[in-house]
Design a protein around this ligand. Structure first.
Ligand SMILES: *[C@@H]1O[C@H](CO)[C@@H](O)[C@H](O)[C@H]1NC(C)=O
Length: 291
């Protein structure tokens, strides 16, 4: 990837359409059986990251359990068929990430040791390790997304360190997070300070103080704060339709004419995250050439 940057900058001098700052779109998939398959999601060509949502049950000694709504039944081990979809996404260059937590989960870590055990579980069951009962089958996911919105704010930094260390021994484990836009984030703020996160999709919705509806100044202030986090890239997280969230939807025209021009020049701008595939009935298509 790194070598593409100078090339694209170079080409900018000769080609009228300059995409040196082209961002990416990250989407959540998994919480509505009516949103199409994972393979179909990737085949749209609109996304560079797909977060499989969610692993909502883990930690404190609980048996970890995924929940993919109407897509498949994990209790009868019926989600293993997703492996071929995951691999078809990866063959397109799309990173497929398991999102842990979510808005309605039952999760927290009770100690550093618990964080280590959860990291080992994730490595063996979803990443480069081995287990007889991998919930999504043999496909090796690209990383883990911390969508921590409940429980406690403890030991997430430990979980990030353990996961990152596994990634040094085998295939890299991308770490991503989905904090709320009020800065800093209560749940994952400390984990982000580890500097181990590659991508942070900040939820600029359901958060009136920092979302676009409160004015560009509020959004820009939060965006600047988020750009101080020692992470690879920051994404603007948005609902894919007005129905996708309680508040925070930004019409595509406003996004491309008002919001993106103000944030794209910041050093850590990575693109846009959308919640979720189910609600994305045209939004990503209308914004993708502007992201
Ligand atoms: C903490 O979690 C571990 C699993 O890592 C569990 O075995 C233990 O019972 C839990 N401890 C408490 C005090 O709940």
């Amino acid at each position: 990837m790194a070598s593409n940057v100078p090339l694209s900058l170079f080409l900018c001098f000769f080609i009228s359409i300059c995409h040196a700052h082209a961002g990416k779109i990250s989407v959540y998939w998994g919480q509505n059986g009516g949103e199409g398959t994972l393979a179909e999601t990737c085949a749209t060509g609109n996304y560079q990251f797909v977060n499989i949502a969610f692993l909502p049950t883990f930690g404190n000694g609980q048996s970890p359990m995924i929940n993919l709504a109407g897509h498949c039944d994990p209790y009868s081990n019926a989600c293993t068929g997703l492996s071929s979809d995951i691999e078809s996404c990866q063959a397109r260059g799309i990173k497929v990430i398991l999102s842990i937590g979510g808005g309605a989960g039952s999760y927290y870590l009770n100690s550093t040791e618990d964080a280590r055990e959860v990291a080992t579980y994730l490595w063996d069951n979803f990443l480069g390790g081995k287990s007889a009962n991998r919930p999504l089958g043999k496909a090796v996911l690209d990383g883990i997304d911390f969508d921590i919105e409940g429980g406690t704010n403890l030991y997430w930094d430990d979980l990030a360190r353990y996961l990152s260390n596994y990634g040094k021994r085998g295939k890299k484990v991308y770490l991503t997070a989905a904090p709320q836009c009020p800065f800093p984030d209560y749940y994952v703020g400390k984990a982000l300070e580890t500097g181990l996160f590659d991508y942070v999709w900040v939820q600029f919705y359901n958060n009136p103080p920092c979302q676009y509806s409160s004015g560009m100044a509020s959004l820009e202030k939060a965006w600047k704060d988020w750009n101080t986090v020692p992470a690879g890239q920051i994404f603007l997280g948005l609902p894919a339709s007005p129905q996708a969230a309680g508040s925070g939807f930004v019409p595509a025209g406003d996004l491309t004419s008002q919001v993106l021009p103000e944030i794209k020049d910041s050093g850590k701008y990575g693109g846009v995250m959308l919640w979720s595939k189910y609600y994305d009935t045209g939004y990503s298509s209308s914004i993708k050439s502007h992201v």
